[in-house]
Design a protein around this ligand. Structure first.
Ligand code: HEC
Ligand code: HEC
Length: 428
């Protein structure tokens, strides 16, 4: 197939899903136009059977009220142990949907093992987390609330209790669900519904793919070709440029070569400098050694706004990360011009961020949503857990040694004092 035709085809497929989704989301405002928006005036047929992971396409049940409730929960730091960390702390929708940090920081300043990915367009991820351990946004959202390095609640019930205690919230639940029961399923479904609205459509690339030849600069177009020629497209394909490794039917399964960190000469310096083998990746989920160091291919949409890069957050800037990808994933050294072109193309993937407004959160009357003793109890717990998990028996060993050393030191001092005393007695 002619290269240009191939690129054009890939581009069209890439923006299709977004078009459909934009139609579906606006359908929450105006249900009548949904069908029309999804299919009208498209030059090729929409994907008939999209991967079920593209949940942003199935938003029929996402009413405005559900989305608004989800947004409140997403922005509410009071469902974290210390009352300081909300989803938005690490996935800041006032910017690129991440935290600009190498690794995430949650309650008590505790840091997590990996970098926060963006939540923009997360309704199009065919799988969630770097290692793909959750299938859906709702399933994903259960994790951070109780993760001790994130929102740090001791358990889900404790988080739900905080919500239950606020009439403003229970009233909302009643409006949305028909009764005021606050359970984890409802909470995570609401958050997911809000996340499914976080779509950045209409990037220069999307406009170009829809037929506006002037939407991308010459350098961006050259970069798109280089991106294809070098082979980035082999993984960063599809509507999100995120590949579909968990979907063998799509022919995009990259488990066999993704990433090729291990036995790749060109990659060795990155492995060391960027600490690329500190986690096992997908192997943690499947237990399969073939999945060691395998990560899902992340989206490249809005990538210019989500530095630092990679799961370790060690890709300091886009140029170096592009160079590293060529070396580690494709075993190729690319020159400065190619890096610049690809960089330029990647900036064409920045879409329009729909404006976000802060929700007004409900308060209990005359009291705080965070119990006065929340910190005392839980801080102890947090410290206890840390010691247990990280140090295990070793810690006890060290404690015993310290006690023994203390006794020994005391004995020595006593012996010395006795000797000195006896000498004095003798000389006297
Ligand atoms: C302390 C920072 C922090 C907080 C708070 C936090 N997250 Fe995350 N989030 C992360 C990190 C780090 C990851 C990646 C973890 C991994 O892959 O192992 C992640 C992953 C995700 C993903 C998957 C994205 C992808 O590309 O796979 C979504 C979606 C998400 N978080 C949404 C949320 C929601 C919703 C909340 C609130 C309920 C939340 N996060 C709270 C740091 C945070
Ligand atoms: C074999 C599959 C594969 C190929 C080919 C590939 N990538 Fe990647 N890409 C990945 C994976 C997997 C990650 C995440 C790796 C990690 O976190 O360790 C990634 C991460 C990235 C990131 C960082 C994303 C983020 O959110 O942190 C950028 C930028 C990127 N790739 C660009 C490129 C470019 C440009 C090329 C071509 C030179 C390329 N990739 C080729 C699989 C691939």
């Amino acid at each position: 197939m002619n290269r240009d035709v191939k690129i054009a085809l890939i581009s069209l497929l890439a923006c299709l899903v977004l078009i459909a989704a934009a139609g579906a989301v606006s359908a929450t405002d105006d249900a009548v136009t949904q069908e029309d928006n999804a299919t009208d005036e498209l030059p090729v047929e929409p994907i008939e059977d999209p991967h079920p992971g593209y949940e942003a396409q199935n938003v029929d049940d996402d009413t405005e009220e559900l989305i608004e409730l989800g947004k409140m929960l997403y922005f509410d730091p009071r469902i974290s142990e210390t009352g300081t960390i909300s989803c938005n702390t690490c996935h800041n929708v006032m910017e690129g949907g991440d935290d600009s940090r190498d690794i995430a920081m949650g309650v008590h300043g505790l840091t997590g093992p990996v970098a926060s990915p963006t939540v923009w367009n997360s309704g199009f991820h065919h799988t969630q987390f770097w290692d793909g351990r959750a299938d859906t946004l709702a399933e994903q959202a259960e994790g951070p609330i109780v993760a001790d390095v994130e929102m740090g609640m001791p358990d889900h019930e404790a988080a739900l209790d905080r919500i239950r205690a606020v009439e403003g919230y229970t009233d909302r639940f009643e409006d949305v669900f028909g009764d005021d029961e606050v359970d984890l399923e409802r909470v995570t479904e609401a958050i997911a519904a809000y996340e499914r609205t976080l779509i950045t459509d209409n990037s220069p690339f999307d406009q170009y793919a829809r037929g506006d030849a002037d939407a991308m600069t010459d350098e961006q177009i050259a970069g798109m070709e280089t991106f294809q020629e070098v082979g980035c497209q082999s993984c960063h394909s599809g509507p999100m440029f995120s590949g579909q490794y968990d979907n063998p039917e799509s022919g995009e399964f990259h488990g066999d070569r993704n990433p090729t960190y291990e036995d790749n000469e060109l990659c060795q310096e990155y492995i060391e400098d960027w600490d690329l083998q500190q986690h096992d990746g997908r192997m943690d989920v499947t237990g399969d050694e073939a999945d060691q160091y395998v990560y899902k291919t992340p989206t490249l949409r809005n990538i210019e706004h989500t530095a630092p890069y990679l799961h370790t957050g060690q890709g300091e800037n886009l140029e170096e990360t592009i160079r590293m990808m060529a070396a580690c994933q494709l075993d190729t050294e690319i020159d400065d011009e190619e890096v610049d072109e690809i960089h330029s193309f990647l900036t064409a993937l920045t879409g329009e961020y729909p404006e976000q407004t802060m929700p007004q959160l409900p308060n209990p009357s005359g009291e705080s949503m965070i119990p006065m003793d929340a910190m005392d109890i839980d801080l102890e717990d947090a410290i206890g857990e840390e010691v247990d998990e990280d140090e295990n028996g070793e810690d006890d060993g060290i404690g015993m040694m310290a006690v023994l050393a203390g006794i020994l030191a005391l004995a020595l001092v006593a012996a010395l004092a006795t000797i000195v005393y006896m000498r004095q007695q003798q000389t006297a």
